[in-house]
Ligand binder design. Structure first.
Ligand code: IDP
Ligand code: MG
Length: 139
């Protein structure tokens, strides 16, 4: 596979619990290179736009409240097969279903507060990275 990029957020629960360093260690150990990164907080409008695909789902209001309640770490990551390998590294959406050793298994409490985001396609990785970073903040 060609080297490519994915987008991640360490979500408010992970930041609140002091897990930024431990999660970044796992990401680095898995071979991902950080090409953009910042601590930031999403507004309600940001979260509604970022998660617009879920706006008909019953959990949408809860999701927006969760994702805006405190700072997140946003980052763009580079690796061969980045999107797929990062989804494997974070594990299933519901940490109860996530494989041993995955970030969600280790750091997430529930299907709603699941510690980390990972893009689901190359197209969405590009859209999501551009949502959070300008070209001059991306290396
Ligand atoms: P993903 O983050 O594994 O790609 P998605 O289905 O895209 O999962 O859902 C986006 C986010 O919405 C999840 O990471 C989680 O925070 C939240 N979410 C997903 N399903 C549920 C649910 O059934 N109840 C509450 N929150 C959910
Ligand atoms: Mg998703």
């Amino acid at each position: 596979m060609a080297t490519n990029r994915t987008f991640t957020m360490l979500k408010p629960d992970a930041v609140e619990k002091g897990h930024i360093g431990a999660i970044l260690d796992k990401i680095a150990a898995a071979g991902f290179k950080i090409v953009a990164m910042k601590l930031t907080q999403m507004t309600k409008a940001d979260a509604e736009t970022f998660y617009a695909i879920h706006n008909e789902r019953p959990f949408f209001g809860e999701l927006v409240a969760y994702m805006t309640r405190g700072p997140i770490v946003a980052a763009i990551l580079e690796k061969e097969n980045a999107v797929s390998d990062f989804r494997t590294l974070i594990g299933a959406t519901n940490p109860a279903d996530a494989a041993e050793g995955t970030i969600r298994k280790m750091f997430a409490d529930s299907i709603s507060e699941n510690a980390v985001h990972g893009s689901d396609s190359d197209e969405n990785a590009a859209i999501e990275g551009a949502f959070h970073f300008s070209g001059r903040d991306t290396f």
